[in-house]
Design a protein around this ligand. Sequence first.
Ligand code: MN
Length: 256
Amino acid sequence: MIFVTNDDGIDAPGLQVLAEALETLDEVYVVAPDRERSAVGMAITLHQPLRAKQIRTRVYAVDGTPVDCVDLALGTLLPEPPRLLVSGINRGQNLGADIHFSGTVGAAKKGTLSGIPSIAVSLALEQIGEQPDFHYKTAGTIACRIAKQVIEKGIPSHILLNVNVPNCGLSEIRGIKITRQDRGNYSINAVTRLDRGGRPYYWIGGERTQIDFGRDTDLHAVHNRRVSITPVQLDFTDHTLITPLKSWLDDENMQL
Ligand code: MN
């Protein structure tokens, strides 16, 4: 059985397309937020109870975050552990630093942490320019092919696959590229406005600043109409710095 979730909510077209595509491989269970919960990362709801509403057979909407959905699905709603979790298809790319904020990737991270092979799938919109159509079908087809391979070959237990698909027809895709995460970030931008009482309120959200943009990155691949697949590890430790740090962040220098 394959477990599908997302962060755009239960009514999102990307979720529907993904579930339908994966049904050609195996039985699909959907447990997804009852409304859009994009950019909530791995947030969890601990201070209020959660409700799950069964929409139809094997489909549940939860009044929580994407990670709440994974917890509920694995903890109680699914009859058995799934052999694969696929999160998406997100409306918009999750490239570079986006993966830290993404609820789509957050759900896949939670799946990985729970021992389920997990894939995050996003439809990259900004790279192709103005597109009147959302090519979820392309992303669904590709997600299904990747899922089939992952079920066959497996992925290491602490790794998830972050997949970004260019927003174009399947025949316009120039291939698959295994990539690394771009190291660019967003500019800091806080816009101040005044409410009717004269009190300030704020909008945050900057522009992507492409300080990296190497040819081996996820951003570069999608810009060139290639499907980007990044193996993302959940161990954030920089193992190369353990030994160098010991030489100066030590008892003697810390006077302990
Ligand atoms: Mn989203």
